[in-house]
Design a protein around this ligand. Structure first.
Ligand code: FAD
Ligand code: MLT
Ligand code: ZN
Length: 463
């Protein structure tokens, strides 16, 4: 056995692309959190399942930790390599492998982008309905590993609903074919579902068979301005009862100000504290009339203070940009992010407590919140005040996150709605999961990955 594990890997797999240049280590060692200093051992870019298998078997032999890596758009540090790990990036495995018109499934390699999946589905007259702003760079493997949500969960659910089968290289170096795209399969534990949301700690997703949906029905996009927070769930209840919603997304005026400063166009004159972007089926005149009537009713009730309906695709895109551009507009300031959820029925009570907590604990920081309110999911972004050092800022945010976690616990919520736990939230996993659950999760991890080589340090505080 060679003393140098990397030299051995290169010798065993002469065709495997391996990168060790400082610029590459830096590029592949971080995700969108940009909180940790990248320090991977090297980057492996496999081109086949066989290469992934060989790398995982080598890593087991040589006790080298692997960080599975997709588009690195993750917001919780799951794809960060800061401790000498080998980054296994799937970007070269990015092909569509098969389309089945009868099953209405698309089989893809894990490194394909979400947008390429959308385009492939559209090319077959169907749709892959999971969608969000990182679509151009996030990968299906990463979406599956985080059980990504996005802007259409209210209609279609999370990634979990759309995975018919998976091919996975488990941490122990075995190739698993999970569920074989069966609709009905009551034959024991559903290991496919266990993989979804496992954040690269059980196996490396190498292929996925995705379910496809009917193409979306003709729709309209509306932007609403709201006078106060109580109106939010009133408008939601009204619109959900009267319209076939595809999306119901909310953001605050602070969020809007940041997007406008980033180049978006102001939707109305005047300022309002809260906004909603909603999209709903508008197949015919009666459906469009129903939307106008719902808007009129909300206006009469004082739940809405202004609104606009997009009259063209370009206008619809401009309205969506106000919501979808928020993350990018904040990114240069590296916000501290919380991504929390409660049951939809508990949103009003939770919002009040949360708002009071944030106002009390962050008297000097700019706090920007927005989210998938129709799913009970809120994103809280805290921006570091100039006078605070990075270290002091993170310490303050961690303190507030602990308080937030307690509030969530009282409301039966979750500390991670859709971004995953990764490095950012591992200290708070115990606020959402019981000690018994965490012990079982760690046990499951040991079964799939007995040597603990896959993404150690992520999800759990201790491996
Ligand atoms: P990465 O960041 O590369 O990895 C994420 C995790 O998955 C890591 O733990 C990694 O180890 C693991 N992983 C990656 N590939 C594999 C694989 N093949 N097998 C096993 N494990 C793997 N998320 C949402 O849920 N909803 C949103 O609305 C949303 N909007 C976003 C908007 C923007 C602008 C940005 C930057 C991010 C957004 N995200 C959102 C977060 C992020 O895009 C998702 O978490 C996405 O699923 C990550 O995919 P990725 O390929 O970039 O994964
Ligand atoms: C979003 O909903 O825009 C994403 O989850 C990204 C974020 O929270 O910043
Ligand atoms: Zn989100």
């Amino acid at each position: 056995m060679s003393d140098n594990p990397l030299a051995e890997l290169a010798r065993c797999l002469p065709d495997l692309r391996l990168l060790t240049e400082p610029g590459d280590l830096e590029h592949y060692g971080r995700d969108w959190t940009r909180r940790w200093t990248p320090a991977p051992l090297a980057i492996a870019l496999p081109a086949s399942v066989d290469e992934v298998l060989a790398v995982v078997r080598w890593a087991n032999r040589r006790q080298v930790a692997i960080v599975p890596s997709g588009g690195r758009t993750g917001l919780s540090g799951g794809a960060v390599a800061a401790r000498g790990e080998l980054v296994l990036a799937l970007e070269r495995m990015n092909r569509v492998l098969d389309f089945d018109a009868v099953d209405r499934t698309l089989t893809v390699q894990a490194g394909i982008t979400l947008q390429a999946v959308h385009e492939a589905a559209r090319g077959h007259g169907l749709a892959y309905p999971v969608d969000f702003a990182a679509r151009g760079s996030c990968s299906i493997g990463g979406n599956i590993a985080t059980n990504a949500g996005g802007i259409r969960v209210i209609r279609y659910g999370n990634t979990r609903e759309w995975v018919a089968a998976l091919k996975v290289v488990a941490g122990n170096g075995e190739l698993l074919e999970l569920n074989r795209a069966l609709i009905k399969n009551s034959s024991g534990y559903d290991l496919r579902q266990l993989m979804i949301g496992s954040e690269g700690t059980l196996g490396i997703v190498v292929e996925a068979t995705l379910k496809l949906a009917d193409p979306p029905r003709p729709s309209q996009v509306m932007l609403l301005a709201l006078p106060d927070m109580d109106a939010l769930m009133q408008v939601f209840a009204l619109f959900r009862a009267r319209l076939a919603l595809q999306a119901f997304e909310f953001f605050t005026d602070r969020a809007l100000q940041n997007v406008l400063a980033h180049g978006a166009q102001r939707p109305f004159d005047g300022d309002h504290p809260y906004y909603v972007v909603t999209e709903f089926d508008a197949v015919d005149e009666p459906a469009r009339d129903a939307a106008l009537a719902a808007f009129g009713h909300a206006l009469e009730q004082g739940w809405v203070s202004d609104g606009v309906i997009a009259q063209s695709e370009a206008q619809a895109a401009a309205l969506w940009r106000l919501r979808e551009g928020i993350t990018e507009s904040l990114a240069p300031r590296r916000p501290y992010k919380n991504d929390v959820s409660v049951r939809v029925s508990l949103v009003p009570a939770f919002l009040h407590e949360m708002q009071a907590l944030l106002a009390r604990e962050y008297p000097h920081a700019e706090v920007v919140w927005f989210g998938h309110i129709g799913d009970g999911n809120l994103h809280i972004n805290v921006l570091r005040p100039d006078e605070l050092s990075e270290e002091a800022f993170i310490a303050q945010c961690e303190h507030v996150t602990r308080l937030l976690a307690e509030t969530l616990q009282r409301h039966g919520g979750s500390i991670s709605a859709e971004h995953g736990i990764g490095l950012v939230k591992r200290s708070y996993l115990d606020s959402t999961r019981s000690a018994a659950e965490i012990a079982l999760m760690r046990g499951v991890r040991r079964v799939f990955d007995p040597n603990g080589i896959l993404n150690p340090g992520k999800l759990f505080v201790r491996d």
